[in-house]
Design a protein. Sequence first.
Length: 268
Amino acid sequence: EEEVVGAVLSGDDLSARSAILEVRAGTGGDEASLFAEEVFEMYRLFAAEQGWRFDVLSISKVDEGGYREASATISGAGAFGQLKYESGVHRVQRVPLTEVQGRVHTSTVTVAVLPEVEDVDITLDPSDLRIDVYRSSGAGGQHVNTTESAVRITHLPTGLQAAIQDERSQHKNKAKAMKVLQARVFDARQREINEQRASERQSQIGSGGRSEKIRTYNFPQSRVTDHRAGITKFGVHEMMNGELLEELIDDLQLHFRAEDLEAWIKGS
């Protein structure tokens, strides 16, 4: 019996893997873009603290500052297991630097954490793929718009896409884009399975819904609240520096494992 409970609490078989991180600016205009950059940096600092390797896949910058979207691979044993509950909408409440009347603004970013996919996990039929090459845009000096090195791959059955333009080599961009696309297609299939299971037991345990507002970072009160577990931590700057994130993640792990165990007991 103890072995069975241990298996339930240990998480899924993907938890030991490395992860792919995607951060996108949501509602809130320039402030959302600035926060997207800060959240991306928060995970970079956290990865360094854990001894993981953080490799940027792609960054799309906004002229006014901040990121429209950014992605990276986080390589290290258990990276996905630690970060998988970070997926969802992260909300920030603070006074922007451009706000002259001192009003608090609310903005959002969306975080997605995908397990890094191995070739044995999923095979994409070449006939299901459309590969487009185009000229890079954005910062990059004289190289920009001189060669068609940027690559966008579309998985036609699902409509999922991955576009990479960071490398000067079209071959390297294609390899990165394929890696991201495989992870996205695999993740979509896994979430479909999870949703079917969840509906069967009338629960959304561990589904990590991407449209769900999971956390609020309130800068005036230096408070970070995770709405799923009702956990509040004080020290928003320590959170953004990656220092407090491990403590929050540990608490979330306990919360979701307890929910998993309760669901398993009810279903057994």
